[in-house]
Design a protein around this ligand. Structure first.
Ligand code: ZN
Length: 405
């Protein structure tokens, strides 16, 4: 067992990078606002004091997506390896409103960083991120998990110019050019335009994130990309066969591009039994709102998407009365071990998906607990050097390769 001093030493010297997280936000028809990010609020998984205590040096903060809404309340919780072939999610953001939603997220992120100039700073290169960390702050990369570009490569280039350096392609439901994991079509995967998006991301130097993409999409991306790709928040399907996790061939394929898989901290992503053991209201209180949307979303201009999202997010869900079984961090480390054995030490990292996990693993259920992961890895016999690769070194290597600096 490592001593507390050894853990602290390895952790403090590590380039700790969390590849996928959110922070609590308030949605209004006028804007998106981060909620008291400087306060250490006990039930929250992410705020600035917790990032500090967790020794985090860099985050990919997800903003701008998904902008998608479930119309099938069961879809998100179904424990299945089979693709869903009925409508599960629809976006209310189509055309110009896609761009408005993305830019609104970017605006929120900018205001967040400006409000906390001693803690957070936007980064667009590895050198910048390292410099920000050296000055004792946390480097923030604008990340999204649904690349809403309104089928226009010009918008992708504009997001890059604004600072976007990493992007998930699709969140669950399909966009016109790419299939997500919750709803897949025949033929599946990327369209011709989708392949152009991949080429343009390679040309610009943007990290392609395939978490939430359908298996065929991941294969298509692997075929098209010249750069390493990542899955920022996904686990091992062989150990927990939920739809969002990755099969062995996809984990190996991502590693073959030179890429990285970042682990997800939901207990269900670690052990599918945690889905079957859930108790409580199955249907969120706002189901009627979602169902009502099915028809309206088909009619352009029938609903103001930004107002709709604000209304939806202000509704209370049923999660607080529900019971979510959890497993221990050690079981998550089993997923890391599995991927290291399958793909190698250079191809795993830490994603988390913190802020909205009802069933985060015990002892790693908020971003201030990252040192517990460091301790668990060292206890399993990972060397300090290998532990630091998992904690962020591998993701930094991918960024260096893709960005060029
Ligand atoms: Zn996600």
């Amino acid at each position: 067992m490592p001593t507390a001093d050894e853990v602290t030493k390895v952790h403090s010297q590590a380039p700790v990078l969390i590849a996928h997280l959110h922070m609590q936000r308030r949605f209004t028809p006028e804007k998106i606002e981060y909620v008291d990010p400087g306060e250490d609020i006990s039930w929250r998984q992410v705020d600035i004091p917790k990032l500090r205590r967790g020794g985090v040096k860099c985050v990919w903060l997800s903003e701008g997506g998904p902008g998608e809404f479930s119309v099938d309340p069961e879809a998100m919780t179904r424990g299945s390896t089979a693709p869903n072939n009925r409508p599960a999610l629809r976006t209310v953001y189509v055309g110009p409103s896609e761009i408005q939603r993305m830019l609104r997220g970017f605006d929120a992120l900018q205001r967040l960083c400006r409000a906390f100039p001693n803690d957070l700073e936007m980064a667009t290169s590895v050198r910048q991120a390292q410099d920000i960390a050296a000055r004792g702050k946390i480097a923030v990369f604008w990340h999204t998990e649904s690349l809403l570009i309104a089928n226009d490569l010009g918008m992708l280039r504009a997001y890059y110019a604004l600072g976007m350096r990493t992007a998930g392609l699709v969140h669950g439901s399909p966009l016109d050019w790419v299939d997500g994991d919750l709803e897949q079509h025949e033929p599946s995967g990327l369209t011709e335009f989708g392949r152009e998006v991949i080429h343009e991301m390679n040309t610009l130097g943007m990290v392609i994130d395939v978490s939430h993409a359908s298996p065929q999409t991941v294969r298509d991306v692997m075929q098209e990309t010249k750069d390493p790709i990542v899955a920022s928040h996904s686990n091992v399907k062989q150990l927990s066969p939920i739809m969002r996790n990755l099969s062995d061939d996809l984990i190996k394929g991502i590693a073959d591009t030179g890429g990285v898989v970042g682990v997800h901290c939901s207990s269900a992503f670690v052990d599918i039994q945690c889905i079957y053991g859930r108790k409580g209201p199955k249907v969120p209180a706002y189901r009627h709102l979602r169902l009502d949307m099915i028809g309206k979303v088909q009619v352009p201009g029938a609903i103001d998407p930004l107002r709709f999202e604000a209304d939806l997010k202000s509704q209370k869900g049923g999660a607080s009365e529900a019971y979510f079984p959890r497993v221990h961090l050690e079981r998550l480390v089993d997923h890391l071990d599995y991927m290291v054995n399958l793909a190698g030490i250079d191809h795993v990292g830490v994603g988390t998906d913190f802020q909205f996990l009802e069933d985060a693993v015990e002892d790693f259920d908020a971003v201030d607990k990252v040192p517990n992961l460091t301790a668990a890895l060292l206890s399993r016999g990972y060397s300090p050097e290998h532990t630091q690769k998992i904690l962020g070194g591998n993701f930094f290597r991918v960024m260096e390769t893709v960005f060029g600096v």
